[in-house]
Design a protein around this ligand. Structure first.
Ligand SMILES: [Mg+2]
Length: 342
C-alpha cells in the first residue's frame, strides 16, 4: 500500500518527525473540510456507524460464513427476541465510553468508565463477554488492575477476545488532534477489561485509525500509519498479516472467532477497500464469526471516513435509539472540534 503523503495533509508513518506533525497541524483547517465534510460529520458518522454495524451483525453472531444468507437480510431479523435494529454490548459499552468523555469535557476518566460499565452490568444485559464480566466483577470487589488479575488467573489462551476493541473507537475520535494522549490512553482503556497485549495492540491501531479518519486523512495512509505504529507491539506483525488475510486465507468463523486481531484487521482493511459504508458492512457480516463486533469496528471506521450522510438511510430508520445516539454523537463532536488546532 502507498502512503497518501502531504497532499492530503496526512501525517507520516509511526515516528514521524515533529516537522511533519506541525505541518499537519498548520494544514488542519484545510484538512477538516476535505471532501466537503467536516469533523462533525465524520465524528457522528463514526459513532452512529459503530452502532449501525453492531445492529446489522447482531442476528448473525457466531454463525459460520456459509450459514449467513446471501444477500444478507439487513435490519430484518430479530436479535434475542428484540426488534431488528437492536444493538448489543458493543454499542452499550461504547456508549459508556462516549458519555463519560462528554460528561468530563473530553477527559479520559477510567474509574468513571468502569463505574458506567458496572451500572450497565447491573441491568443484566442479554450479552456480556466472559472476560469483560470477570474483569468488571473483579473491579467491583476493589481489586487494583482487575483485568490483570483475571488475565493471570486464566492465561493468554483465552484472554485475547475482542471485548475492548469492539468499543474503543470513540476514544480515537475524541483524540483526533491529540495523538500523544491517545497513545497513552488507548492501551489503558483496553486494560480496564482486557490486559492481554494483543488487545492493547488492537485498540491502539483502531483508535489511531479512527483519529486519522476523523481528521480527514487519506484512508489508506491512515491505516498504514495505524498498523505501522503497532508493528513492534505484541501481535503487531500478526495484525499486519491479518489486515490482508482475515476472512480470506485465514477464516474468522472457526473456533477462534472473536479474536481481537480479527476484528481490528477486518475493520482496518474494510475502511480502505470498501467503496461505501453499506457494501463494506455487508461484506464484513458475510465473513461470519463475531459478526456484530467485526461490523461495529468496521462501521466506526467507515463512518469516520465517509461521514454521517453516507450511512444507509434505510438502516438508520430502523436503528434502535437513533435520535439519542445521534444527539450524543453531536455532543461528542463539539469536543473534537474544540480540541482542533487553530
Ligand atoms: Mg456484541
Amino acid at each position: 500500500m502507498l502512503l497518501g503523503g502531504a497532499a492530503s495533509g496526512a501525517p507520516g508513518p509511526a515516528g514521524s518527525s515533529e516537522d511533519q506533525e506541525s505541518f499537519t497541524f498548520r494544514a488542519s483547517h484545510a484538512v477538516r473540510t476535505i471532501g466537503g465534510m467536516d469533523v462533525r460529520d465524520r465524528t457522528v458518522g463514526a459513532i452512529v456507524g459503530l452502532a449501525l454495524g453492531d445492529a446489522l451483525g447482531a442476528p448473525f453472531e457466531f454463525r459460520r460464513r456459509d450459514a449467513i444468507p446471501d444477500p444478507l437480510l439487513a435490519f430484518e431479523l430479530e436479535w434475542m427476541g428484540r426488534p431488528p435494529g437492536t444493538w448489543t454490548d458493543d454499542t452499550a459499552m461504547a456508549r459508556n465510553l462516549w458519555t463519560s468523555l462528554i460528561d468530563h469535557g473530553g477527559r479520559f476518566e477510567p474509574d468513571d468508565i468502569v463505574a458506567r460499565h458496572l451500572a450497565w452490568l447491573a441491568t443484566d444485559p442479554p450479552d456480556v463477554g466472559n472476560q469483560t464480566r470477570l474483569a468488571l466483577r473483579e473491579a467491583e470487589r476493589g481489586t487494583a488492575d482487575a483485568a490483570r488479575a483475571v488475565f493471570e488467573r486464566r492465561g493468554p489462551e483465552v484472554s485475547a477476545g475482542n471485548g475492548s476493541v469492539m468499543y474503543c473507537a470513540p476514544l480515537g475520535v475524541v483524540r483526533a488532534f491529540d495523538r500523544e494522549a491517545l497513545i497513552d490512553e488507548a492501551p489503558a482503556l483496553s486494560m480496564l477489561t482486557h490486559w492481554d497485549g494483543r488487545c492493547r495492540t488492537a485498540v491502539l491501531s483502531v483508535t489511531l485509525a479512527a483519529a486519522a479518519l476523523v481528521r480527514g486523512d487519506d484512508a489508506e495512509a491512515a491505516v498504514v500509519e495505524a498498523v505501522g505504529a503497532v508493528a513492534a507491539h505484541e501481535g503487531g506483525e500478526e495484525l499486519e498479516f491479518l489486515v490482508g488475510e482475515a476472512g480470506r486465507s485465514r477464516p474468522v468463523d472457526g473456533p477462534d472467532m472473536g479474536f481481537t486481531l480479527f476484528a481490528a484487521a477486518i475493520g482496518l482493511r474494510t475502511a480502505v477497500e470498501a467503496p461505501d459504508v453499506e457494501t463494506g458492512l455487508r461484506e464484513v457480516v458475510g465473513l461470519g464469526g463475531d459478526t456484530d463486533t467485526n461490523a461495529a469496528v468496521a462501521g466506526a471506521l467507515l463512518g469516520a471516513r465517509h461521514g454521517w450522510g453516507a450511512l444507509p438511510a434505510a438502516w438508520l430508520d430502523r436503528l434502535a435509539d437513533r435520535p439519542q445516539l445521534e444527539a450524543e454523537a453531536e455532543a461528542l463532536s463539539a469536543l473534537v472540534a474544540s480540541g482542533e488546532p487553530r
